[in-house]
Design a protein around this ligand. Structure first.
Ligand SMILES: [Zn+2]
Length: 494
């Protein structure tokens, strides 16, 4: 009997003790979905074959900070509050730049590295330069391993440190997020179609080759699932396509926040109707930008329901920029030591997330990832749900879903680990019940034979077996229900 009890107990405990692969997420800033089509990319091609890849549908504004926060939280910008790289926040009554105030929109903001960190003592997050990661969330929780952004650090150095987080003997990281600012930086200064950007794309290919080699060198290929992602794509503009906002509206009548191609306008008291009329006239006349008020922002941007949504929002048409680009050109020329000419092109992003050129890519490989698979376009806010699922993190409300498309990246045995654990447990329990029941039946039959009464035992056996099955179905439904609940809840908290 003790033997059967041990078998049942082992079956119950084993699935819980199974070690899940760590998840490593690497973001290359501004890597457009089609960049690898431009060059021969041996490392990307090799990893594509052993993994899954596809395009990402990102969020508006298609800028770095909103998109990195959506990847980290599974929330739309209106829910995490990072609508742009710079925002006006009525709560502080000032423009908020890169700071704890920008990222910590409210106490409900829960990046995945924080959720991982608080979910158990055995889980440790490591975050290398991911935008917004050096600030605390959830009552002061910070990742076990953290390194602030430092452009002087090479990609290789960042990877080397991350490898030490993954491999150290005690308290190693089971979730790591790593950020790299290229190819975005060069694309701004030279344009997305430039030779300089082609060179950066080649570099990214060699970087991911280095990363894969290091995973192999440290014997991590079977224990780490890697995701290479990006935040947005890129297009080009030049000095002939600059919109002079100062020639359209009087700059003393409003507060201007943000950078091209999206500008937030905060009119002085009583000036809104007047400014709106002038802006709408110029928009129709020149057809180089669109004007939105807080009441008619496109639904798919998920921006309106937020205290940081501006009264007026301007978006340049793709390929156009506002006059703040002139100062940016001076900065690029100084940084890269060139003389701006009228034919020089500059990279720009931030436009509508439905614009194809604004959309980035992803590549995933590792023990849980399906091989040689081109996935349908995934929503970047759904990746939080997928990573949480892979790490078996507790349910947390987001705007994303654990979509069938996201799950299609996983190998069959990883699709529903919690369900498979339950099935193993169910099989073991059923086996034990059958054996114990069988022993009981034999004993009962002996008793029945003794009493010459066969009829009364059959219904009892049937009901007992049915009861176990019903309980199991309920458990499975509850587990699925949690997953549904986790991802269907709205995370809006503005
Ligand atoms: Zn950029």
């Amino acid at each position: 009997m003790a033997c059967w009890a041990f078998l049942v107990l082992s079956c119950l405990i084993l699935p819980v003790l199974t070690t899940d692969p760590a998840v490593l997420i690497v973001s290359f800033d501004g890597f457009r979905h089609d960049y690898f089509d431009r060059i021969s990319s041996p490392n990307f091609d090799r990893l594509k074959k052993i993994g899954s890849h596809g395009d990402l549908m990102n969020v508006f504004e298609t800028k770095t900070f909103p998109n990195h926060q959506s990847l980290a939280t599974g929330l739309y910008p209106e829910s995490h509050g990072v609508l742009a790289n710079h925002v006006f926040d009525p709560q502080y009554n000032r423009t908020v730049n890169y700071s704890a105030e920008l990222w910590h929109y409210n106490d409900q903001i829960m990046p995945i590295w924080t959720l991982n960190e608080i979910s158990s003592k055995e889980r440790n997050s490591g975050v290398m330069m991911w935008p917004g990661s050096e600030f605390s969330y959830h009552r002061g929780v910070v990742p076990t391993f953290i390194h602030k952004w430092d452009s002087k650090w090479s990609f290789q150095r960042r990877v080397d440190v991350v490898m030490s987080w993954l491999t150290q003997q005690h308290n190693s990281a089971n979730l790591v997020m790593l950020y790299m600012e290229e190819p975005d930086t060069h694309a701004h200064a030279f344009g997305s179609e430039s030779d300089e950007v082609t060179e950066q794309i080649k570099n990214v290919d060699s970087y991911i080759g280095y990363l894969a080699d290091q995973l192999e060198r440290h014997n991590l290929t079977e224990s780490v699932d890697t995701f290479i992602v990006s935040d947005h794509g890129m297009t080009e503009t030049d000095e002939h396509r600059i919109i002079d906002l100062n020639k359209i509206i009087d700059s003393s009548l409003y507060l201007r926040v943000g950078t091209s191609p999206v500008i937030h306008i905060y009119p002085n008291p009583g000036e809104l109707p007047n400014l709106l009329r002038q802006l709408e006239w110029a928009s129709q006349q020149y057809r180089t930008f669109d004007v939105f008020t807080k009441d008619n922002l496109p639904e798919h941007w998920k921006v309106a329901n937020c205290r940081r949504a501006p009264p007026i929002l301007l978006v340049a048409k793709e390929g156009y920029a506002f006059d703040d680009l002139r100062q940016a050109i001076v900065d690029y020329a100084k940084k890269y030591n060139f003389t701006p000419s009228s034919s020089h092109r500059y990279g720009l992003h931030g436009y509508d997330n439905l614009e194809r050129k604004m959309q980035p890519f992803f590549l995933a490989f590792g023990p849980s990832i399906r091989e040689d698979y081109q996935a349908p376009q995934l929503h970047s806010i759904d990746l939080f749900s997928l990573w949480s699922h892979m790490l078996r993190l507790p349910a947390h409300a987001t705007n994303g879903t654990l979509s069938a498309d996201a799950l299609s990246l996983l190998r069959a045995h990883h699709i529903t680990p919690s369900l498979s654990s339950l099935l193993i447990t169910f099989t073991c329990v059923s086996l034990a019940v059958l054996i114990i029941g069988g022993t009981g039946i034999v004993a009962t039959r002996r008793l029945i034979n003794k009493r010459h009464s066969d009829e009364c035992t059959q219904p009892y056996r049937g009901m007992q077996s049915l009861e176990v099955e019903e309980n199991e179905e309920i458990m499975v439904e509850i587990v699925n229900g949690n997953v549904e609940e986790q991802h269907l809840l709205s995370g809006d908290s503005s």
